[in-house]
Design a protein around this ligand. Structure first.
Ligand code: PLP
Length: 446
């Protein structure tokens, strides 16, 4: 197995025909089942991240596959301007799980275009033109979503290529991060300055009105960061008082990842717009926006896509939601998440390299540091753990990249939401051996 290649375009002759904007690791996966997948040589791997936090029921859930196949036997495409029964059924199912203020669903294909749909809806509803996003946020790689994302200025550092030609002007404000507070304050005595600062940002727009504040309900690419209690309530209040849309980016947090179909319900917030993506299509391309009363008007063809919400994709998504209901997977996510967090906190007592463990349901991050007092990020050892887990333990975990947040020292565990306790323990045993290997590397260096 070759080393991970960071260069976006690989030199391998067999795959040079594909431009790979997300880097490349030469592992050829050919089959998946539940929380396991196999490469072309038949080697079995355990997947602790649901692919890319996408297959929330694991690979090839029989009910999802059956729903997709039987719909394909009827018809594969219906023009978006005609009634599409599977699309309507899915919208109703989504709304039955959404916060009670929600009224309609706008469909799209990927997280980024759903974010853009939400931007349109917010602008139409509020008359504003600007958006506020957070430090370390990630909302996609189309021009306007890159503009909202923290990664963009880092990617273009020193670049003179003029790629900002189509970028919109946006305002970024300090994020919530109690482990590394951007204001250098301590939880409990900070008076939630990160939330209060949002109001300052909204009011100090020199020449334009803010349409929306966009927030991940658990900051993911930026380093797996949970919101402190009271944060989202404070931001909700600020948005309401200022006539600004609260847009919850639930591309990663929805579909039982955080203990309910929507993390908004776990946190008890009623956003104006909720963005769905990743797991929404159960492995197929599907995204969307759930919109509250007053946030549903668009002009014809303003934010639509030819291939959005095709019948088989909607049928698979609907089947996924039914399984989530039947098996009470929100509860499973909370229970298995609590079990994993418990074991990770025990590991923290054994390995000084673990600086912080944080999670909500099965959305879990482990931050590695060289020293707990200085919190110096252990970037290199984090890469080592990721590689060791994959190559030695045959365990796929996730890792934050410095391009999104400040550092690349956070490991991610986001297994399927129907993961059993035995499967979680198997993942954790392999994870712990990888952490132990990194700890002894650290100790031999010093
Ligand atoms: C929180 C969040 N929003 C939006 C996106 C963009 O989604 P997509 O890659 O499907 O366009 C991502 C992707 O990682 C994400 O994590």
């Amino acid at each position: 197995m070759s080393d991970a290649i960071d260069n976006p375009i690989t030199k391998s002759p067999t795959i040079s025909s594909v431009i790979k904007p997300m880097g490349h690791y030469d592992l050829r996966i050919v089959r998946g089942e539940g929380v396991r997948f196999w490469d072309e040589e038949g080697t079995e791997y355990l997947d602790a991240v649901s692919g890319e936090w996408v297959v929330n029921l694991g690979y090839r859930h029989p009910k999802v596959i059956e729903a997709i196949k039987s719909q394909l036997d009827q018809i594969e495409y219906v023009t978006p301007v005609f009634e599409n029964e599977q699309r309507t059924k899915l919208a109703e199912k989504v709304l039955s799980h959404a916060p009670k203020n929600m009224r309609s669903v706008l469909f799209a294909l990927s997280g980024a275009d759903a974010v853009e749909g939400a931007m349109h809806l917010a602008m139409r509803a509020t008359g504003g033109t600007e958006f506020v996003s957070l430090y370390s946020a990630f909302h996609g790689t189309t021009f306007s979503t890159l503009a909202l994302s923290y990664s963009y200025p880092k990617m273009l550092e020193g670049s003179k290529e003029g790629l900002d030609r189509y970028l919109t002007r946006q305002t970024r404000v300090p994020n919530y991060n109690c482990y590394r507070c951007p204001f250098d304050l301590k939880p409990g005595s900070c008076d939630m300055l990160c939330a209060r600062f949002m109001e300052t940002a909204i009011k100090h727009q020199p020449d334009a009105k803010v349409a929306g504040v966009i927030i991940e309900l658990f900051q993911s690419n930026g380093g797996m960061i949970p919101m402190p209690d009271g944060y989202i309530e404070a931001v909700r209040d600020i948005c309401t008082r200022n006539g600004v849309a609260l847009i919850a980016d639930e591309v990663q947090t929805a579909f039982c990842r955080c203990g309910d179909v929507f993390a908004s319900n776990v946190l008890g917030v009623e956003p104006d717009l909720i963005i769905m993506g990743k797991a929404f299509g159960a492995g197929m391309p599907l995204s969307g926006v759930v919109a509250a009363e007053g946030f549903t008007s668009l002009r014809g063809w303003e934010a639509g896509f030819t291939l959005m919400a095709t019948p088989a994709v909607c049928a698979g998504s609907h089947a996924m939601l039914e399984v989530m209901e039947e098996e009470d997977l929100g509860r499973n996510s909370r229970e298995i998440g609590a079990h994993i967090m418990g074991r990770l906190n025990e590991m923290k007592d054994r390995y000084s390299i673990i600086g912080d463990v944080r999670g909500l349901g099965l959305m879990i991050g482990v931050e590695l540091v060289l020293d707990r007092d200085s919190k110096e990020p252990a970037d290199e050892l984090t890469g080592f753990v990721w590689k060791h887990a994959l190559e030695v333990e045959r365990l796929l975990i996730g890792k934050s990249g410095p391009v999104f947040g400040d550092f690349g020292n956070v490991l991610k565990l986001k297994p399927a939401v129907n993961t059993t306790r035995a499967e979680a323990d198997e993942m954790l045993d392999r994870f712990e051996r990888s952490i132990a290997a990194a700890q002894s590397r650290l100790e031999t260096k010093h």
